[in-house]
Design a protein around this ligand. Structure first.
Ligand SMILES: Cc1cc2nc3c(=O)[nH]c(=O)nc-3n(C[C@H](O)[C@H](O)[C@H](O)COP(=O)(O)O)c2cc1C
Length: 468
């Protein structure tokens, strides 16, 4: 595989790491999102990134502070991309839409509008949603089950395609002399009569410049994989390791081929949370600080409808199969982990300790971990935080980050990356200013000016899309 990688930013203004907002200088006021969104968009566009990606979550509650604080209060994704459409000129703009609750006609219309306004830079990420509280916000009694949600998602995709195809490319004639505005034969109804989605059409927006706006899908279930492999242009995975990345990409490509589609028409995008600094040691110090500042949930009383908090010693102990009466369950958060205690945490505990040595230089006194530097002592707080917030961390200087991208491409684990930034704007800037030039030097990403005037579909290398 020698194609350049697709590289986009998954934008979370409060930072993608739960303690990101606590870092010095980090953006922490969602009421001021306009400023940081503008800044991120300019930075990403100047760096030649392929797209800015906005996720979505259709509910909020105080429990989210103890899981993913960026979900607590944020700009709705379609509003975010429309806001950025006017202040950018090259970068792709991808908004998430939840097919369980959204209306297909309204969605087709918003995205076609975005595509027209940006001259072909729109993309849509379809999700079916995992948040039960979304039901109550949309007049439903319960969140639909997986089968029902994906049945609807499939019909939703069909509705979008038919609506975007409403106008033939040459249907808008606008011949002032003859007084002929349109060719009525070139305007088609959608006429979809599905079990869950019914829409007549045609769409009251001009034909989107991309024709078919790139479809992204992110999910984890079997039905989700089938939808991604057969209908999406980009499939977002959650692969945390290289082996997982290789297996997931292979599986998705196999499903695509079985469905009669060229596997190369599907681009598989892996998540990465690069913590970048001038040196590996400086990057390790940033991770150590991020871990130390994760608010733990001990003493927090979750509401009945909330997600269960997982940032407790008990949750860690359960996950590592520590016996119910083991005194380890009563340790103080900020006490260093001793070698004797580490030995009682089993294989998964050893793997966690090894990972923390690698990404943050944390060490257990008297315990040798191969390849690990010697930074701060590992505490229980570090362990609980690292277990509760698994992230696809790559930590180091520009070369370390570029090595990760190169290895994943060469091993067939990814066609591209969704880059998460632990906190804004410093870590996004560290990626664009330190890591991107190194990626470019190695030919892993295209030159910033190479795709002037390109649509998002062109940028993603999916211009030759053929319907399966
Ligand atoms: C990388 C990635 C990003 C995702 N982003 C979102 C998101 O922003 N909003 C959302 O509701 N679901 C998102 N999901 C998908 C949810 O996990 C999915 O909707 C949920 O799991 C329900 O689908 P499932 O039953 O297939 O898992 C994302 C998944 C992945 C892998």
């Amino acid at each position: 595989m020698t194609e350049p990688l697709i590289v986009g930013a998954m934008v979370r203004t409060l930072g993608a790491y739960p303690s990101g907002w606590r870092q010095p200088g980090a953006h922490r006021d969602p009421a001021a999102d306009a400023d940081i969104l503008r800044h991120i968009a300019r930075e990403g566009e100047d760096a030649g990134l392929d797209y800015l990606f906005f996720g979505d979550w259709l509910a909020t509650g105080p429990d989210l502070e103890f899981r993913d604080p960026y979900l607590l209060a944020r700009i709705d994704p379609v509003s975010a991309v429309l806001f950025l459409a006017g202040i950018t000129s090259r970068i792709g703009l991808i908004a998430t839409v939840n097919t369980t609750y959204a209306d297909p006609y309204t969605t087709a219309r918003s995205l076609a509008s975005l595509d027209v306004l940006t001259r072909g830079r729109a993309g849509i990420n379809l999700v079916t949603g995992a948040e039960p509280r979304a039901a109550g916000n949309h007049g439903r009694d319960a969140h639909a089950d997986n089968e029902t949600r994906y049945d609807r998602a499939e019909e939703f995709v069909e509705a979008l395609r038919r609506l975007w195809d409403s106008w033939d490319e040459d249907a808008w004639i606008a011949d002032a002399e003859r007084g002929v505005l349109i060719d009525p034969e070139g305007l088609r109804a959608a006429d979809l009569h599905g079990a869950q989605v019914r829409v007549t059409g045609p769409l009251n927006v001009a034909r989107p410049p991309q024709g078919r706006i790139p479809i992204v899908h992110a999910g984890t279930s079997t039905r989700s994989r089938a939808l991604a492999a057969t209908e999406a242009d980009l499939a977002l995975t959650a692969a945390p390791t290289l082996a997982d990345g290789i297996a997931t990409r292979r599986l998705l490509r196999d499903i695509a081929a079985e469905a009669g589609r060229s596997p190369d028409a599907l681009k598989v995008i892996a998540p990465v949370l690069p913590v970048v600094a001038d040196t590996d040691a400086a990057a390790h110090r940033i991770v150590e600080r991020l871990l130390a500042l994760v608010p733990l949930a001990e003493g927090h009383q979750p509401s009945r409808t909330a997600f269960p908090p997982n940032r407790t010693v008990a949750a860690l102990a359960d996950a590592l199969d520590v016996a119910a009466d083991d005194p380890l369950r009563a340790v103080a958060f900020d006490a260093p982990v001793t070698a004797a205690e580490a030995a009682r945490l089993g294989e998964r505990g050893a793997a966690l300790i090894e990972r923390l040595a690698r990404i943050a230089g944390l060490h257990v006194s008297g315990l040798h971990v191969s390849g690990a530097g010697r930074g701060e002592p590992l505490t229980w707080r570090h362990l609980v935080a690292a277990h509760a917030v698994p992230a696809a961390f790559v930590v180091g200087d520009a070369r370390t980050i570029a090595d990760h991208f190169e290895t994943w491409r060469d091993e067939g684990a990814a066609d591209g990356f969704n880059v998460l930034s632990a906190f804004q704007p410093a870590q996004f800037e560290a990626f664009t200013r330190l890591a991107v030039p190194e990626l470019r030097r190695r030919g892993l990403v295209r030159d910033a000016g190479e795709r002037e005037g390109a649509t998002l579909r062109d940028r993603l290398g999916i211009s030759s899309y053929v319907d399966a």
